[in-house]
Design a protein around this ligand. Sequence first.
Ligand SMILES: [Zn+2]
Length: 324
Amino acid sequence: MKTNPLASISQLTDADLLSRVKSLVSRERTATAWLVAHLAEVDERRLYLGEGCSSLFTYCLQVLHFSEPETNLRITAARAARRFPEIIEQLADGRIHLSAVGKLAKHLTVENHDELLGAAEHKTRKEVEKLVAAVDPQPDVPSTARKLPTPSESAESHLFQTRLAPAIVAPLAPERYRIQFTASAETQDKLRRVQDLLKDKDPAVIFDRALTMLLDSLEKTKFAKTARPRKSPGTKANSRRGSAAVRREVWKRDGGQCTFVAPDGRRCTERGNLHFAHATAYALGGAPTAVNLRLRCAAHNAHEADLDFGPGTSLIRRNRKRPP
Ligand SMILES: [Zn+2]
């Protein structure tokens, strides 16, 4: 039988209740500060790679099950704390909250961090925003004149609107998504012309057909996927990347997704920026065959180069560009 945790709490005296709240807040802050400090070290060692994640962000989301905003705050704080370790202590004793660190992080410098972190103590998020505005004043937002839709205009098409709005892809019900974005007059004109030529005038149907054609065309160029594959010349087939036919086979077999699997069995979910990686390295005699090639995301490709050829193989790349 399930117990109701609120039942025992309802029996506490007012004084006990308030004292326990204070103690819990203190424990929560200590735990958060320590978590941030540990995440900073996980980030430094890139341990998320071995856990089947291409970035610390993915690790926080998929393995630790934080939400996106929770993840962003913790990663920002972890990276800021690597530069200014006093942040950990400030978080632990509640002088500063994660939101404040999030707002300040990119404005902190060796020269101003003492002053800024001090000024942010026990401040609300709004007050911290004012501190940031003082250090990094933004120009006035220029006045703009934009065409806004009249109700009749926006009713014409529920997909293409001339309203200034960020693109939205929101699930409405299982397997149903609402997609909304701002389109140019040229796009709207193209849609009308396509609608004139087609029987089904539904923008959702047209959008899907257009995407199918674009996807096909992109895959053709990116992964050498063709409807009638040509026989590769022998010399090309021996190239490091593998022939078009081999790459097509590997892409299909691996389902267009990184195939790195963590010891606990979870597979990397990355589908962007994929590489055809060699199971046995090319330099060690690995052939560019379907058996030896597999899809790997950029992060796991670099991770395995480090494992194969020693740490530091991917260091130059790593210092040049950090994953988000
Ligand atoms: Zn991966």
